[in-house]
Structure formats: C-alpha cells, structure tokens
Design a protein around this ligand. Structure first.
Ligand code: ARG
Length: 471
C-alpha cells in the first residue's frame, strides 16, 4: 500500500483509464488502499509478454492493422527497457501493473495504445500474468530441488559405509547407513518434484479470452495466443478462467510439503550439530556466532528454514480462506492472492538454494556417529533375530534380549562387549557366531533387501537415482 511514485495523484476521474462514468474524485486513501502496483509490478515481464501476444492475435484476426500492432509491440518493448533500467515511474493513481503499462503505452505511441485492451479485461489479464509468472517460478524451484537432490546423492555416495544410530522416538533404535538416511530425504524430495511437475500442468492453462467474465464479442483466436505464450491448454470456461486461483493454492500446498520436509531435515541438522550429538559440522559459512557467548556456532540456516515453514503454511491458509466465500466470477478480493504467493516463492527458493549450497559443506563425523551407534544397544533386534534363527519363538527371544540389555545397562557394556559366557547366561543356544550379528557392520549388512539399509542396497539405490537424474 505504499506510494510508489512522487508524481501528484491523478485524482481527477477524467485521468483514470476507467473514469468515464465517474464525476467525483477517488478518495485519496481509497486510491492507496486499492492499489496493487507496489507489489504486482514484479509481473511486468509477464504483463508485457501477454500484451504482445494479445496484440499479435488482434492483428491476426484483423482487429489491429499490421502497423498498429508493430507500434504497440515496439512501445511495449521500450517500456520493458525503461522498467529494467529503473526509468519507469510507477504510479499508485494508476492502481496496478496492468494500467501503469497500458497508460504509459498510450503516452508513448498515442491513440493506438488505447486499442491494446480490445477484447480483453484486467480480469483475464491478471489471471494470465499470474500463471505465466508461476510457470517460470515452478521451473526455478524445480531446478533448485534438483540441485539439492544431486547434493544429497553425492553425500550419500560418500557415506554409504558410514554407520549412524537410527532412531525411533529419538531413542537409539538400530544402526543404519548414513547414506541410507540421506537417501530417505531424496525419496521425499523426489515426490515433491513430481507434485511440482503435476501442478505445473494445471498452471500452464490460458485464461486470456475470458475477458471480464463472459468472453468477448470479437472473433478472437485463443489457440493463436496460447501458442504464442507457450500455454499447454486454454481455460474452457470464461467464468472459471477469471475467478479461480486453485492452481496457485496448489503450488503453495506443494510448497508447504517441501517446507515440511526441509523443516524436518533442519531439525535433524540442528540436533546433529549440537555438542550433545556432534554428528556433523555444517561449515562456518552456514552458521553464525553469538554476540555474547564466544564458544557458539549456531546452525542459523536450518533453524531459519524450520522457522519459515510456518509462514508458508500461513500463506496456504490465507489463500484457501481468501477464496472460500467468493461468488463467481472475479472479485477484488483476488488481488490479495499476490503477496502470499510471492512471499511463498521467494522464501521457498531461498531455502532450497541455501540447502543445495550447504550439502557439499557438511562434514560428517563418522567416529562420533559410530560410537553413538554402539552405545544404545542398537543391535538388540539382531540378537533377537539370531535367537529366532536358532529356533526360539520371537517373543521369548525378545525377553532374553531384554534381560541381556538390562545386564548391559547395569555393567555399562554394549551387547558386543559381553563375552560368550556372559551372553550364555541368558540363553545357552547362543554360540560364538553371535558376534557376527552383534557388530554394527554385521547388523547393517544383514538388512540386505530392496529398501533396506545394507550398503550393497544403498549402492544399488544410488545407481537407480543416477539414472533418474539422467532420464
Ligand atoms: N489488480 C487487480 C488484481 O490483482 C487486477 C484486476 C482488477 N480487475 C478489476 N476489475 N478491478 O486482481
């Protein structure tokens, strides 16, 4: 709602592009309150591209002459240059990006500029601009996601044989390959990419031609405009085309899922970089210090990513709520779609970019992870499975191992630290070969099936993922 121009307000109705039926000037604060140019000017490129395609279509159907079309296109391209070189003074009195550009076009090329809006409304224009804008942003988000995935796969490749404690309830559960753990994040982010690609299909459909709500009396060629703009399809109902924003909500929903994944990942990185875990070092360039405690190296990036998840969820809720009470077709409420959308896209891209940059910097503290995996009786299930293989029913085996763990807690010994005689106290079917399964390496290697944590399987999955990136 901020003033974006120092020019005096064009408060005289005769100066408004829609001023024909008005006699009294707009209340000055209404002008500021209803303007969107302060934030929708970021869609200038899409607005100009859409207008050029529309002008070409008008020429194609004989509504504009070739000369008129040429003048409009030249004028619009010049405006683009002015905007990009900071020469364009945006005016709040002209309300939004669409009317700012259109008014400037007429200033520049004269009366021909006034013909551009033939057979079009700001309602289908803005819906088109948002879709063009989001289409580009989806591609940028996807590129960052891909970069992050590649970083994760490299990290996983480096650390296939690194053993860490796997957790349930944040209690040591079973040892896993650190590479396997990284590939879990890959699976989630790959599904996110699939959702993004799917959502793009519904974004890339053209509303232009819906005009205000009912279509237009001109013999427009919508397929022509759609081809010019690279749309995959055309909105089949003009009322729907100008009014719904489900495609945008879907993108914020996909974004929320991505943020949910990044936030969980962040939580792990925050824990792992603490002195208590000490599993990873995030690299100095991704941390900051404390102004009072000299020893601190804080994991700000993951913390902030976790924090930003909340605002993206908030945007999802605000967009859903924005739409829920609107009768068809376009209502001014829809102007409120932009700030949450822009903020979602900006923050999501920022988070993904930092995560992708951070991956190669993560130092994995293998010894610390290994020691932690050895200390929480993480091979207890392996001992139970061993007893089952020797003929004991699983519930009895569970009981025997529970007692051995109790003994370990009392004596401060891990299962693999106990002697055969000590173990035999709990079951005399335990033999020397038990030590093959009680080591962390033995435990991990034994989960050797598709989806399991055995390094052999992790390597196979990495190969599959490399094909996925090429394909
Ligand atoms: N600035 C408006 C928006 O963002 C553009 C469409 C306005 N249309 C109208 N009839 N007032 O939604």
């Amino acid at each position: 709602m901020s003033e974006t121009s120092n020019k005096p307000s064009k408060n005289n109705p005769a100066d408004k592009l829609w001023g024909g039926r008005f006699t009294a000037p707009t209340n000055e604060f209404v002008e500021v309150f209803t303007a969107s140019v302060g934030f929708d000017q970021r869609m200038y490129k899409q607005d100009i591209t859409g207008s050029i395609a529309h002008a070409r279509m008008l020429e194609h159907i004989g509504v504009l002459t070739a000369d008129e079309c040429k003048a409009i296109i030249t004028g619009l391209n010049d405006i683009m240059i002015d905007i990009e070189s900071g020469q364009f003074a945006w005016s709040t009195a002209l309300e939004d990006v669409h009317m700012n550009i259109e008014a400037r076009l007429t200033d520049r090329i004269g009366v021909t500029g006034k013909k551009l809006h033939t057979g079009r409304s700001r309602n289908d224009q803005v819906a088109t601009d948002i879709r063009l804008y989001l289409r580009d942003e989806v591609d940028a988000i996807d590129a960052e996601l891909k970069r992050l995935l590649e970083g994760l796969v490299s990290l996983a490749t480096r650390e296939v044989d690194t053993i860490m404690p796997g957790f349930t309830h944040l209690q040591t559960a079973q040892p896993v390959s650190f590479g396997h753990h990284m590939l879990a994040w890959c699976e989630m982010l790959i599904r996110d990419r699939e959702r993004l690609v799917d959502c793009r299909k519904r974004i890339n459909v053209m509303p232009l031609g819906s005009a205000a709500l009912a279509g237009t009396t001109y013999p427009i060629d919508r397929e022509f405009t759609a081809r010019e703009l690279g749309f995959d399809g055309i909105c089949e109902n003009s009322l729907d085309g100008v009014s719904d924003r489900d495609f945008a909500i879907e993108l914020v929903s996909v974004s929320s899922l991505i943020m949910m994944h990044l936030s969980r990942f962040s939580e792990e990185l925050v824990l792992w970089s603490s002195a208590q875990f000490d599993f990873v070092d995030l690299g100095d360039s991704f941390c900051t210090g404390s102004s009072i405690m000299p020893q601190k190296k804080n994991p700000d990036v993951p913390e902030l990513v976790r924090g930003k998840t909340g605002r993206i969820y908030g945007h999802l809720m605000s967009l859903l709520t924005l739409m829920k009470g609107q009768p068809l077709a376009y209502n001014k409420d829809n102007q409120e779609d932009k700030e949450p959308l822009f903020d979602t896209v900006d923050n999501l891209k920022g988070c993904l970019r930092l995560y992708a940059d951070m991956m190669p910097q993560i130092e994995v503290k293998k010894e610390k992870m290994y020691a932690a995996a050895r200390s929480g009786f993480s091979t207890a299930t392996d001992l139970a499975d061993y007893l089952v293989r020797k003929g004991m029913p699983f519930r009895d085996a569970h009981e025997v191992v529970g007692k051995s763990v109790g003994y370990g807690v009392e004596t401060g010994k891990d299962l693999s630290d106990m002697s055969l005689d000590e173990l035999k106290v709990f079951s005399d079917i335990i033999e020397q070969d038990v030590f093959d399964v009680l080591t962390l390496e033995g435990s991990v290697a034994a989960r050797n099936h598709r989806g399991g944590t055995a390094p052999e399987q992790v390597r196979k999955q990495i190969e599959r993922l490399k094909k996925y990136f090429k394909g």
